[in-house]
Design a protein around this ligand. Structure first.
Ligand code: SAH
Length: 356
C-alpha cells in the first residue's frame, strides 16, 4: 500500500491521470490531505465514488499512529509516532504566545553520535521519507486544531542533512502543499559541509541553524564525533557561503554542559570564531540525559555569565526557552522512557564510517 502523504500536487495529478481521471483531481486530493486534514480517502467527499474506491485499492493517506503522548503544563506536547514498519519517531508541538512551532524528526534514530544526545545512543535505524516528515505536522495539526502551526524546526531525531533529498522535498511541500512560509522553517545541522553548500543553492528561504556547541575543534570532537570529518573552520566557511547566497541569517546553537563548555572564556573564544559572520547565538542549557560521561546542567549563574561574556563581544544571544522539561523533551528521551529497546552504546568510529 502506498501513501498519498509525501506526493506533491504534481505527483498526485499524475496518480489521478493514471486512474483515467482529470489532473485537477490530484489537486483536490492534495487539498484534502495537506489543507483539509483528511485522514481517510473516504472523507474526500468531492471525489467521485468510483475514483475513491480505486484509489483505496492502492493507496492510503498515510498518517502515522500516535503511540504515546505527553503534555507539559506549558502547553508543550510531545508525541511518539508509529510508522508503517513499526519504527517510532518523536515530534513535539510547541505553542508560544506569538506562534506555534513543531519539532520534526528527519531520521528514525541518528548516526551522528553526539555524546550528550539521547537519540544518538540508539544509532540510526533508517532515513525517513519526505512523506513521513510532512506527516508529522499533519498528525500534530489534527491533535491541536485550536491554533495554526506556523513554524517548523528540524530538531527532532536525526541529522537532516544526512537525509538531504527527503528533507528538502519536505521543506518544499511545507511551503507549496501545506502553505507555510519557507522563512518559518529551520534546518538544524551538526555541520554536514556538502549538505550546507547544496542547500545554499536550493533557493529555499529556510533558516540554517548550526549546532556548534564548542569553541574549538578539540572539544567539539569530544562532543560531536562528526566534527572529526569537518573542522569548525570548514563548517563556518560553508555557513558563510549559505549566508552570502541566501542572505538568510544564521543561528548558532550552543548547548551548555556544566563544567565542560560553559566558561565565559569559552564564550569569548566563540565570539572570536564567529567574527564577521552574522547570526544570533542560541544558548541551550543541557536537557538532562544519562550519559557515560556524566554530563550535567550548567548552573543559572554560569548560564548568565556565559551570556554576558558573549554579549560583551557584541554577539546577540538568546536563550532557548525551556519547554516541556517535565516531560523529558530532549531529543530521543521520550522513545527511551516509553520502554522501547535502546540499541547498545555506539562505537563512535563505526558511526563515522556511516556518515562518510
Ligand atoms: N542533528 C541536528 C538536529 C537534531 S538535534 C543537529 O545536530 O542540529 C536538535 C538540537 O538539540 C541540536 O542542537 C542538538 O545538539 C540538541 N540536543 C541534543 N541533545 C540535547 C540535550 N540532551 N539537551 C539539549 N539539547 C540537546
Amino acid at each position: 500500500m502506498q501513501t498519498l502523504i509525501g506526493l506533491t500536487i504534481e505527483e498526485l495529478s499524475k496518480v489521478a491521470e493514471s486512474f483515467g481521471e482529470p489532473a485537477f483531481r490530484g489537486k483536490q486530493v492534495a487539498r484534502w490531505i495537506y489543507r483539509g486534514g483528511a485522514s481517510e480517502i473516504d472523507l474526500m467527499t468531492d471525489l467521485p465514488n468510483a475514483f475513491r474506491s480505486r484509489l483505496q485499492e492502492e493507496y492510503c493517506v498515510g498518517l502515522p499512529a500516535v503511540s504515546h503522548r505527553d503534555g507539559a503544563p506549558d502547553g508543550t506536547c510531545k508525541y511518539l509516532l508509529k510508522l508503517a514498519d513499526g519504527e517510532q519517531i518523536e515530534s513535539v508541538y510547541l505553542p508560544y504566545p506569538d506562534r506555534v512551532s513543531v519539532c520534526l524528526s528527519s531520521q528514525a534514530g541518528c548516526p551522528a553520535g553526539c555524546a550528550f544526545c539521547a537519540t544518538a545512543q540508539g544509532g540510526l535505524a533508517r532515513n525517513l521519507s519526505a512523506g513521513e516528515i510532512v506527516a508529522q505536522i499533519l498528525a500534530l495539526r489534527l491533535q491541536h486544531t485550536e491554533r495554526r502551526i506556523s513554524h517548523a524546526v528540524y530538531m527532532g531525531m536525526g541529522e537532516p542533512l544526512l537525509n538531504y533529498g527527503a528533507v528538502v522535498k519536505c521543506a518544499r511541500m511545507l511551503t507549496e502543499e501545506v502553505g507555510m512560509s519557507g522563512r518559518n522553517l529551520t534546518i538544524s545541522t551538526v555541520g554536514v559541509v556538502p549538505g550546507i553548500l547544496r542547500l545554499a543553492k536550493e533557493k529555499l528561504p529556510v533558516t540554517l541553524a548550526l549546532s556548534l556547541h564548542a569553541p574549538n575543534d578539540k572539544l567539539r570532537e569530544e562532543l560531536i564525533p562528526t566534527a572529526r570529518k569537518w573542522s569548525i573552520a570548514e563548517i563556518l566557511e560553508a555557513c558563510r557561503t549559505y549566508w552570502e547566497t541566501t542572505r538568510r541569517n544564521l543561528t548558532f546553537e550552543y548547548l551548555l554542559l556544566g563544567g565542560i563548555n560553559d566558561d565565559p572564556r569559552q564564550a569569548q573564544e566563540m565570539a572570536r570564531l564567529l567574527q564577521g559572520l552574522p547570526g544570533n547565538v542560541n544558548l541551550i542549557p543541557f536537557n538532562y540525559v544519562e550519559t557515560p560521561e556524566g554530563f550535567r546542567r550548567p548552573t543559572a549563574g554560569n548560564i548568565a555569565a556565559f551570556r554576558t561574556a558573549l554579549e560583551a563581544e557584541g554577539r546577540v544571544t538568546t536563550q532557548r526557552m525551556e519547554r516541556g522539561h517535565s516531560i523529558g523533551a530532549a531529543c530521543g528521551q521520550l522513545r527511551r522512557s516509553a520502554g522501547l529497546p535502546s540499541a547498545p552504546a555506539i562505537d563512535r568510529s563505526r558511526q563515522l564510517a556511516v556518515i562518510g
